[in-house]
Design a protein around this ligand. Sequence first.
Ligand SMILES: [Zn+2]
Length: 315
Amino acid sequence: MSDPVVADAPAPVPPPAPPRRAVGWIVAVSILGALLVAVVGVSAWLYVERTQDRATIDDQQREIEDQRQQLDEQRELIDRKEAFGAAVEGLLGEVEGMRGMPMASVIPWDSYDSLTWQAWSRRWDVEGLDTSIRAVEDARARLAAERAEAAAAASVNASGSAYEAALDALGQGYVSWSLDDVCSTADAIACVRALDPRVVHVDVAAEAEPYMTDRIRTGVAYHEFAHVLQFANPEPTETALDAFGGDPETMADCFALTFLDGWTLDSRVWDSGSSYWDVSVGYGVECDDAQKQVIRDWRSRLGVQVRAIGPGATS
Ligand SMILES: [Zn+2]
């Protein structure tokens, strides 16, 4: 038996060798691709990281800048508040210089209170506080000017009148007199009006009476000055009036009788050796010692006193 005929059969052809190099390249390409992806990924990550870092730094700088700005604003506000406090101190110092001046109403406390309340409402507003500081400084300047004017007025009797001599001494230059006909009461020698409560109006006709003497003028000036004090010090006056049955005229007469030595409501004025006038000045009621004491107590309580102003002040 022969072997199966296979002699002519071609020898089996081995299958082609696998393309090793190609596989190698593919692997290489794959690795490169993966590396590339990795590199790109790392770059992107780095980029994102760096961008985020940048953003964080910017935010921090902005925050620091904001804080610096806030600190600057707070410092400015503190400066203004201190300047306002100093301006108020200056104003109250000016008032202190007028302590005891008998017309308390010369000090416009309501206006000062308003200025400080206004500043309080502007406590977070630098420009508003600047305006308030100027307003308080202006108020101090006005008071200083008024004080200087009063001192100058009191230092000289410009009219040469007994009225001015008495009023300068009593009112420290804050009370003036005027010769006119504005007194509405018939037969009034002089008057003080609520309209201008620091001016004594002397009636021009009364002034021309032949019996008018400097002694009478002085007594009238004391009586009228009591009216000035009544207007300028309403609260203590209200209490003192009780001793006079609520009558400001007999109270004013009593002021003259208490403080002007030798003053009487009735006097005899000689014209010449043989003729005279019996002159009655006032409202015909002589006050007693108890009433004179009320007048002294009243007078001692009057006048300018320093007090606190604005938020937190008690009055
Ligand atoms: Zn009177």
